[in-house]
Design a protein around this ligand. Sequence first.
Ligand code: NCD
Ligand code: ZN
Ligand code: ZN
Length: 346
Amino acid sequence: MSLQRFPGFIDAHVHLREPGATHKEDFYTGSRAAIAGGFTFVIDMPNNPIPTITKERLEEKINLAKKALCDVGFYFGTDGKNMNEFSKVWNLPQVFGLKVYCSHTTGDLLIEDEQTLKEIFSSWNSEKPILVHAEKDRLMMALKLAEKFSRRLHVCHISLKEEVEMVREVKQRGQKVTAGVTPHHLYFSRGPGIFLLKGYGEMKPPIGTKDDQKALWQALKDGTIDIVETDHAPHTKEEKEKDSPFFGVPGLETAVGLMFKAVKDGRITIADVLKYLNTNPRKIFNIPEQLDTFVELDSEKEYLVGKIGYETKCGWSPFEGMNFFGKPETVVFRGKKLLEGGKIIN
Ligand code: NCD
Ligand code: ZN
Ligand code: ZN
């Protein structure tokens, strides 16, 4: 077995659920999942039950995250009424952007009204990007507002061909837009596989068609999509087995293995993996260098997802039973070994 060394991977989109939903995940278990998955830097979303929309709430989160094994950054949230808080937080080193929910998903932060969106985009007067969950025509609106107010925009978890085309078009015109795609949108398409997953295959945005999936891989290759972000969104098995399952799937422990499977399948190169999971997110979110931090794995070595269980508190994966490649074997974080032989040793 020959181990290759990579810098710690970065996941710019996770929901570690603390405070308020620690039956699903918390900063400790979520960061264990991150380390087991080869991620040493993650950025947490603000859609907690009591959302991260005041400086006070943000400080509480920063404090709670001290128990994490890896570095955790944060996005500030907005309910459309907290614009006076923006300037109190945008210069904090722990804040990496503003998250705006333009389409319906987990949590209460949905902004439906265009006028309010306008005020939000106008008020976030920072070099740090605005991130949007914006599907279809909502994405078009976000792109226009970002252009109007000259804001950097990051399009989260892009999932449809039509969205890829919108982003490609504005990028070609020189607009400062970046986009991310999740491993599940890359791997699944609407069909028997995803239906078998039942509630475990329900997430926002929903899985697209084969055509959408093809467009996502193409966009990743041609640079329309800049990063792979897991959107690690743990919910309990009970919550996923309800008649109306909660939206979201965990992803921290499987993203790297899926990317090396894509290498094995000849879709992308090892250099691409580094770009999508380290250099590009580092550039987009201006993430500081992590000294003495690296991951080792054998990108040729196959493994069965779920065989040794999971670190995430939710304890399942939509990829369970699949064969991926390059499971992280070693993680050294700021000079300290946290993963050895694929197991956390903290
Ligand atoms: C996320 C969650 O559960 O917090 N759910 C999801 O389906 N992706 C929220 C989100 O990213 O939209
Ligand atoms: Zn979302
Ligand atoms: Zn998310």
